[in-house]
Unconditional design. Structure first.
Length: 303
């Protein structure tokens, strides 16, 4: 049991690190693709890499867990990641990931109601600290990012508010996806990589209508062909954030209660603080205070 828990904790922390690194790569990717198109592209690449696992999973997974995993992919990957990419362009890596740190609060509360996984008293205290950290981040003004660090124009207050809304939608969809995946894994202990391949299938199916609009920019129809230097970034970000990140996430959800797993997965913004100077984004005293409160909150949540 102790080994299983330790494995789940390590998987969640490694997934958070992979998502943080992938977020920085996605934000630096020069592309005209919209958030949903970019989401479909990375999901198709990841699914192609996992086709053998998907072929093994489809006949082995029972109908109810299969349905839960497919809907989990729609909510957490198709909708959640699309909102996340859109927020990333408006708020930046650190600030978007910090909003995502509210996931433990939302998921823990939902876990009590839906899965009867009741957090301890100190975990509720951790939730309050994470919420306070989110308030500090929401009140913090974004710096003017240099053009090299951001593909969009300097953010306006309206753009920042819309980015915050998108990040909150990403949080809700991601929490729903985690709850559904945890429910499926409780019904049938599926291999984490097989579970991630089924979730990717659900995401790709619902995003498939965007494929014709995606093929034009990807194949260079009617416009200059995409620069070859973009594809190493796309592949690296997909392998880190989608292939490895989702697989490790499923391992964490298999081995840990959903609130604990999501709390550990939410350590990504604390890792992102170290990457903030690379984007020309200095956290400042309030940012460091928010990160410290978030770290303390996550520690109480997982204690």
């Amino acid at each position: 049991m102790a080994f299983a828990v330790a494995t789940g904790v390590a998987a969640a922390l490694l997934a958070a690190l992979g998502w943080t690194l992938a977020s920085g790569l996605w934000r630096r990717l020069p592309t005209s693709l919209g958030p949903a198109q970019l989401n479909l592209l990375k999901n198709l690449i990841a699914l192609a890499l996992q086709l053998p696992l998907l072929a093994l999973a489809l006949p082995a997974v029972a109908p109810i867990p299969m349905a839960l995993l497919l809907v989990s992919g729609v909510m957490g990957i198709a909708a959640g990641d699309s909102f996340y990419f859109a927020a990333l362009r408006r708020l930046g890596t650190r600030r978007t990931l910090t909003v995502e740190a509210g996931g433990p609060a939302v998921t823990s509360a939902a876990g009590v109601l839906l899965l009867a996984e009741i957090p301890a008293a100190q975990q509720w205290a951790g939730t309050a600290l994470v919420s306070l950290a989110l308030v500090l981040v929401a009140l913090q003004r974004s710096p003017q990012l240099p053009a090299a660090a951001d593909s969009a124009a300097s953010p306006t207050p309206a753009s920042q508010r819309f980015g915050l809304l998108l990040a909150l939608l990403a949080l809700l969809c991601g929490s729903a996806g985690a709850l559904l995946a945890r429910a499926a894994l409780r019904l049938q202990p599926i291999s984490p990589l097989q579970a991630s391949s089924v979730r990717l299938l659900g995401a790709c199916l619902v995003l498939l209508p965007l494929l014709p609009a995606l093929l034009g920019p990807v194949l260079g129809r009617g416009q200059p062909r995409p620069a070859g230097r973009r594809w190493p970034l796309v592949l690296a970000a997909t392998l880190l954030g989608t292939t490895a990140g989702i697989g490790l996430q499923q391992l964490a959800l298999l081995r840990l209660p959903v609130g604990l797993a999501v709390a550990l997965l939410a350590t990504a913004p604390l890792m992102a603080v170290l990457l903030a100077p690379l984007e020309g984004d200095q956290p400042g005293p309030r940012g460091w205070l928010a990160a410290g409160l978030g770290l303390l909150g996550v520690w109480l949540l997982v204690r």
